[in-house]
Design a binder for this molecule. Structure first.
Ligand SMILES: NC(=O)c1ccc[n+]([C@@H]2O[C@H](COP(=O)([O-])OP(=O)(O)OC[C@H]3O[C@@H](n4cnc5c(N)ncnc54)[C@H](OP(=O)(O)O)[C@@H]3O)[C@@H](O)[C@H]2O)c1
Length: 269
């Protein structure tokens, strides 16, 4: 049986990529855009979908779009997700959220909603990026020896900085050591103090997403890099997450580390 999926943000760059990569194991049964999108009422074939009978629905009718789905995937905007997710929880659907750009308060609200149903929340669906998260955990305990930096590169239209993935790498490092002082610009503070972490954002062209974790020591340096060739890297991971959560019965928030079985059995995260 295929997983029935509703994509919220179907007309966006990421939503289109996800919809165009669906195969016989996952069927798009709903697609949602903002209320004002000119594609409202048009078939999902206009955004790369396979079934001309499924039409793009405005956000104010999200319940109708989600009615036939097992899983609702959010890849839209932080504000709209906070409005729309409670309506989907009312329908008792499984939820996957890949939207980024939530501030701390919004993120807490999001998490308190998502724990009501089986859900996946991640800043990066790409399998390789999640292997990078696993490596970041392994590398997190050496702050006495190395200075840590995160550099992220993205296309020039990206609406948030630093990227959600860079923030996740920072959180993972912080769970082991004290990198509480984030430096995003060296202009006013050229010299480095202990306990700092540099997080630098580069924006240019159509770069789909590069993340580098750099550990610089006195005599050696480690660089771990994840480079997505295209949005398809994340889109494939999003579809893996949607299929995985479809069979989960227990409410709670799962990560891509859970989906990909990348958790350290010895740790409780
Ligand atoms: N987790 C990951 O691996 C990953 C990977 C890539 C992107 N992302 C994140 O996914 C999100 C979307 O990225 P994108 O590049 O596709 O952005 P985008 O091209 O700007 O698309 C945003 C989508 O959200 C829709 N939207 C806007 N307001 C809405 C509302 N009120 N209700 C429902 N939908 C609404 C837009 O509809 P209109 O076109 O009608 O405005 C559009 O479909 C961003 O937060 C991005 O950072 C995450």
């Amino acid at each position: 049986m295929p997983t029935n999926l509703c994509v919220v943000g179907a007309t966006g760059k990421f939503g289109r990529s996800i919809i165009s990569l669906t195969d016989s194991s996952i069927k798009v049964t709903g697609a949602v855009s903002s209320d004002t999108n000119p594609l409202v009422g048009k078939p999902i074939t206009d955004v790369g979908g396979k079934s001309p009978s499924v039409l793009i629905t405005r956000a104010s009718e999200i319940e109708r779009a989600a009615a036939n789905s097992d899983v609702v995937l959010f890849v839209s905007t932080a504000i709209s997700d906070l409005n729309n997710i409670p309506k989907i929880i009312q329908l008792d659907k499984r939820i996957v959220v890949g939207t980024t750009g939530f501030d701390t308060t919004q993120y807490e609200r999001l998490r308190s909603m998502l724990k009501e149903v089986p859900s996946v929340l991640t800043s990066n669906f790409a399998v390789g990026a999640n292997i990078l998260f696993r490596i970041a955990k392994l590398l997190s305990g050496f702050s006495d020896i190395y200075d840590y930096s995160i550099i992220e590169h993205h296309h020039k239209m990206k609406s948030d900085a630093p990227s959600g993935t860079a923030k996740t790498i920072h959180e993972i490092l912080n769970s082991q050591a004290a990198f509480s002082r984030v430096v995003t610009d060296r202009t006013m503070k050229p010299k480095r103090d202990h306990g700092e972490i540099e997080i630098f954002s580069l924006r240019g062209g159509g770069t789909p997403g590069i993340h580098q974790l750099i550990l610089a020591g006195e005599y050696e340096r480690i660089v771990v890099e994840h480079l997505a060739f295209s949005r398809a890297a994340s889109a494939v991971g999003a579809l893996i997450a949607c299929k995985w959560i479809a069979s989960k019965m227990s409410p709670g928030i799962y990560s891509m580390q859970d989906v990909l079985n990348l958790n350290d059995p010895k740790s409780a995260t």
